[in-house]
Design a protein around this ligand. Structure first.
Ligand code: PHE
Length: 355
C-alpha cells in the first residue's frame, strides 16, 4: 500500500502513519507497568513499525523528502521520549518499592531521658519558705554539724538534763567527747539567729536534722524540720496560734484545723504539741491518725526566759514564740498517701514521678 501511493500522497501518508504510531507509543507507554512490557512496546512499535515507515521515505518524491524526513524524526523523537519517561517512572517506582521492602528499622532502643523535677520534700520545703516570706519572715539556714551549746545548752538543756537523752544524738568525733554533734533539731538556729541580729526577729529555718534512729515506717536517721522564731515586744500565745492557723490553711487548705496540746520543751514555756486535723478522715478517725482524728507534726511554745538570757536578751523586754515540725510527712499528708515515708528516700522514680 505504501509503495503504490502517488508521490505526494505517499509523503502525507507516511507522515500521518508516523504520527499515529507516535501517539500509539505515548498511549501504550502510559499503560504498561513493567520494564519488560515497555521494552516489548519499544521493539514492536518504535524499532518495528516506525522503522518500517522510515524505509518508505526512499519512495517519496525528492521535493517531499525534507518535509517527510523532519516529520518522521519528530515522530520518532516523541515515541522515544515517551518510552524514556515511562522507563524512568517505572524504575523509580521499583526502587522505592525495593527500599520499602528492604527497610531496616534502625531506631535505637531505650526510653530516652525523662525530664526530672524537684523531690516532693524539696517542693514542700520551698513552699514553706514562700508562705513565710509572704508573711514577712526571713529565711535562715544554720549548720548541720552543731556544738553542744547551740543544740542543747543555750536551749535550756543543762548537762545531764533528761530531755537530752530523748534526742538520740549522733555525736561527731571532733574536739572533746560529745562536744560536736549532728543537730537533732532545727532549734539551734534560733540561738544562732538571736546571737547574730537584734530583735525584732521574724524568721523560719528549714533544714536537715539527724537522730540515732533506724529507718522504719516512722523513723529515719535523717529527716527535715522547719523552725519558726518570732522575737518582739508583747508577743502572745494568741499570736503563735493565729500564725500557725494561717500557715496551716495556706499549706493544707481551708478545711484544716490546728490543735495545741500541753507539752514540755526545755526552751519554751508554756509548750504545746502541734497537731493538724487528719486530712484522710476529716477527724472521724482512721488508720493514719491511729483513730484520733489528729496528726502530730511538731512542737511550739513561748520562748523560755532562760533562752533569752543565754543569748543576752532581756526577758523583761522581749517576748517571742517558736515552733518546729517535721517536713517529711507533709507531702504524704497533702497527697493523701497513706503509706510509709521510706518511699520518700528510696528514690524510686515510679513513686516520685507522681508528685
Ligand atoms: N525542736 C523541737 C523538736 O524537735 C520542736 C520545737 C521547736 C518545740 C520549737 C518547740 C519550739 O521536737
Amino acid at each position: 500500500m505504501i509503495g503504490s501511493a502517488k508521490p505526494h500522497e505517499l509523503a502525507d501518508e507516511l507522515i500521518g502513519r508516523a504520527g499515529e504510531l507516535a501517539a500509539a507509543v505515548e498511549a501504550g507507554a502510559s499503560e504498561v507497568a513493567s520494564l519488560d512490557a515497555l521494552a516489548e512496546l519499544e521493539r514492536t512499535v518504535v524499532k518495528g513499525a516506525l522503522a518500517e515507515v522510515k524505509k518508505g521515505i526512499k519512495a517519496v518524491d525528492g521535493t517531499d523528502r525534507a518535509r517527510v524526513g523532519q516529520a518522521l524524526s519528530a515522530a520518532e523523537a516523541r515515541a522515544k521520549a515517551a518510552i524514556e519517561v515511562r522507563r524512568h517512572a517505572i524504575a523509580a517506582a521499583q526502587r522505592s518499592e525495593a527500599h520499602e521492602r528492604e527497610r531496616l528499622d534502625l531506631t535505637a532502643l531505650g526510653t530516652g531521658y525523662e525530664r526530672g523535677h524537684l523531690h516532693p520534700v524539696t517542693q514542700v520545703w520551698r513552699e514553706l519558705e514562700d508562705i513565710f516570706l509572704g508573711l514577712g519572715y526571713q529565711v535562715y539556714y544554720g549548720p548541720e554539724a552543731e556544738d553542744d551549746w547551740h543544740n542543747f545548752e543555750a536551749l535550756n538543756f543543762p548537762p545531764g538534763h533528761p530531755a537530752r537523752a530523748m534526742q538520740d544524738t549522733l555525736y561527731l568525733e571532733v574536739g572533746e567527747a560529745e562536744s560536736t554533734l549532728l543537730r537533732t533539731h532545727t532549734s539551734p538556729c534560733q540561738i544562732r539567729l538571736m546571737e547574730s541580729q537584734p530583735p525584732p526577729i521574724y524568721a523560719v529555718m528549714p533544714g536537715r536534722t539527724f537522730r540515732r534512729d533506724t529507718m522504719d515506717a516512722r523513723h529515719s536517721p535523717v529527716f527535715h524540720q522547719i523552725e519558726a522564731l518570732v522575737v518582739d515586744r508583747n508577743v502572745t500565745m494568741g499570736d503563735l496560734m493565729g500564725t500557725i492557723d494561717v500557715f496551716f490553711r495556706a499549706l493544707f487548705g481551708p478545711d484544716i484545723d490546728a490543735r495545741f496540746l500541753p507539752s514540755y520543751f526545755p526552751f519554751t514555756e508554756p509548750s504545746a504539741e502541734l497537731g493538724v486535723s487528719c486530712p484522710f478522715c476529716e477527724r472521724s478517725g482512721c488508720r493514719t491518725c491511729s483513730n484520733t482524728g489528729w496528726i502530730e507534726l511538731g512542737g511550739c511554745g513561748m520562748v523560755d526566759p532562760n533562752v533569752f538570757s543565754a543569748v543576752g536578751l532581756d526577758p523583761q523586754e522581749w517576748s517571742g514564740f517558736a515552733f518546729g515540725f517535721g517536713i517529711d510527712r507533709i507531702p504524704l499528708l497533702r497527697n493523701e498517701i497513706d503509706t510509709l515515708h521510706t518511699l520518700l528516700w528510696d528514690n524510686d522514680v515510679r513513686f516520685l514521678n507522681q508528685f
